[in-house]
Design a binder for this molecule. Structure first.
Ligand SMILES: [Zn+2]
Length: 338
């Protein structure tokens, strides 16, 4: 299974086209056209400029996502200039991070077809945008007079290879922590969840379990083990596609309906938290929030992302031998770099 595949639908690319996983508008915005994506890796690694960092896709699939890119561009510009964004904007930004995160995961397999045979990815961008609970935490970096640029982190760890749930990205002087997986937000934001007990089918990841109709109230921290930085803004969004058509008790149904953007498709609304105080609030679709964050000193990005991946893994429901190994390798790294 090492032939070329479309990173959106996973099939043989129809009417082949090339997609920039890091979109061209963002490359230009960060002045990275001629910069090496893998500048920090040894010479033996394949080196490419950001503009040449592109991957097979069907023309039709690519066109569909070009529309998302056009809509997210002004939102990202607002974030990077410390402006304001709405609940709808935040939800779109979370879609975009799903796209980039899964795109970066698949590109590792384009470079290394052996890895693809080992991992046998059973989902592609199309099947992973907006399908599970997600979060995005944003910090601002004090980078002094440096130009900024684009850095993505954690996408080549063993844990990410088998469970592409969490990564971080630096864009100019903004630092993004993004994660998505089943049940990482819902339990403590008060939404119903399925307690996944048994994996039914290993290839599709289908499972069954018990339904817990939830508490209908918010607990802080929303993600156990993840306390946002005191200088940060964090967005949380529950997704409950598994519950479409499932009858819910009245209290649950009402809470879900009052905190959703699209009940028919199981898309919960966005909750926002400034800093790390217990001040998490629901953002209506048109409610605005400003991205006004105090800059922090340049952090240890390598340790940050490993810590973050293990925290998200801890609250994620499905674990297996490979992901368990990936978590242990991350843990060793943290011990060895203390
Ligand atoms: Zn396609």
């Amino acid at each position: 299974m090492s032939e070329k595949f479309c990173i959106f639908c996973g099939k043989k690319p129809e009417n082949k086209n090339l997609e920039h996983v890091i979109p061209q508008w963002l490359i230009r915005l960060a002045g990275q056209e001629r910069k090496d994506v893998f500048a920090f890796l040894p010479k033996e690694h394949r080196h490419l400029t950001f503009l040449n960092y592109k991957f097979p896709a069907c023309t039709k699939c690519n066109t569909k996502y070009a529309d998302m890119e056009a809509r997210v561009k002004p939102v990202m510009e607002n974030v990077l200039s410390g402006g304001t964004i709405s609940g709808t904007d935040a939800s779109l930004l979370l879609d975009w991070f799903d796209k980039v995160r899964v795109g970066l995961w698949l590109t590792e397999m384009v470079y290394n077809p052996k890895l693809k045979d080992e991992v046998e990815p059973h989902f592609f961008i199309d099947s992973r945008v907006g399908t599970a609970d997600r979060m995005l935490s944003i910090k601002k970096l004090d980078i002094g007079s440096t130009d900024g640029g684009i850095l993505f982190n954690g996408t080549n760890s063993v844990l990410f290879t088998y469970c592409p749930s969490a990564f971080t990205m630096v864009i100019n002087d903004y630092y993004f922590f993004n994660a998505s997986n089943t049940n990482i937000v819902s339990p403590r934001i008060g939404f119903p969840i399925v307690r996944y007990a048994v994996v039914e089918d290993k290839t599709t990841g289908k499972f069954f379990g018990d339904i817990d109709f939830g508490r209908q109230k918010i607990l802080s921290p929303v993600i156990k083990g993840f306390l946002p930085d005191k200088d940060s803004i964090t967005f949380y969004q529950p997704i409950y596609k598994d519950f479409i058509g499932v009858p819910m008790p009245d209290a649950t149904a009402q809470y879900v309906a009052e905190h959703s953007y699209d009940t028919a498709n199981g898309i919960g609304g966005v909750f926002v938290q400034k800093g790390n105080a217990n001040n998490i609030r629901y953002l209506q679709e048109n409610d605005k929030t400003n991205i006004n964050i105090k800059p922090i000193n340049f952090p240890d990005i390598a340790r940050d992302v490993v810590n973050f991946q293990n925290t998200i893994y801890e609250v994620s429901p499905l674990k297996n031998t490979e992901t368990q190994l990936g978590m242990m390798i991350n843990k060793k790294f943290l011990e060895n770099t203390k």
